[in-house]
Ligand binder design. Structure first.
Ligand code: CDP
Length: 208
């Protein structure tokens, strides 16, 4: 039986952390769909046409070590505007969502476009300042030289592009549960997200 958990939200809101925790807790497969767009963005920066990159994407591509940079994130949000790129990624994401045993997918349009029938939809958000601070720490811990101002500008620019594009714009699904992590620590955010999933699994009669 498939059981899909869709986790959407703006840049650096904590989707990845919450998705990984849910995937481990419930033993579900996890797909970070942002990585798909990041690979295509990275390939575009290397001169490849975005559609060709989307059509030839492989599992090994997702393991590239250069996908987390701000430059690649910006390129990802640029290729993510293109309807043909999004369309080329749809079947793969839907097939992943339908796998037996269930799956967690995080991104921008999972609950609205990719899996509108998902059993659980979460919309994880936080203020732009809080998100930028978290991403700044993440990047500097990895040795990236940047400033908080630069990271905040990147987050704001991507939010703007992601929310205002015509195709699959970032927005909460009508039936999504919102989690604002501005004032929640990681443990509390995870605990709350797990409690939402537990309730939904009970009502869907899934043994946890
Ligand atoms: O980790 P972060 O939240 O900063 O970004 P990400 O989830 O890795 O996504 C990178 C970019 O890919 C986003 O800014 C979006 O433009 C795009 N994206 C998308 O359009 N749809 C998705 N389902 C996932 C990501």
């Amino acid at each position: 039986m498939s059981f899909t958990i869709a986790i959407d939200g703006p840049a650096a809101a904590g989707k990845g952390t919450i998705s990984r925790a849910i995937s481990t807790h419930f033993n579900l497969a996890h797909l970070d769909t942002g990585l798909l767009y990041r690979v295509i963005g990275a390939k575009m920066l290397a001169g490849e046409a975005p559609l060709a990159a989307a059509q030839t994407l492989t599992a090994t591509d997702l393991e590239r070590s250069d996908l987390r940079s701000a430059g690649v994130a910006q390129a990802a949000s640029k290729v993510a505007v293109l309807p043909e790129v999004r369309a080329a990624l749809t079947d793969f994401q839907r097939a992943f969502a339908q796998r037996a045993g269930g799956a967690v997918l995080d991104g921008r349009d999972i609950g609205t476009v990719i899996c509108p029938e998902a059993e659980v939809k979460l919309f994880v958000t936080a203020s732009a300042e809080v998100r930028a601070k978290r991403r700044f720490l993440e990047l500097t811990q990895k040795g990236t030289v940047t400033t908080l101002e630069e990271v905040l500008a990147d987050v704001r620019q991507r939010d703007e592009r992601d929310m205002n594009r015509i195709e699959a714009p970032l927005k909460p699904a009508d039936d999504a549960v919102r989690i604002d992590t501005s004032e929640l620590n990681v443990e509390d955010a995870i605990r709350y997200a797990i409690s939402v999933v537990v309730e939904k699994r009970k009502s869907a009669n899934v043994l946890t």
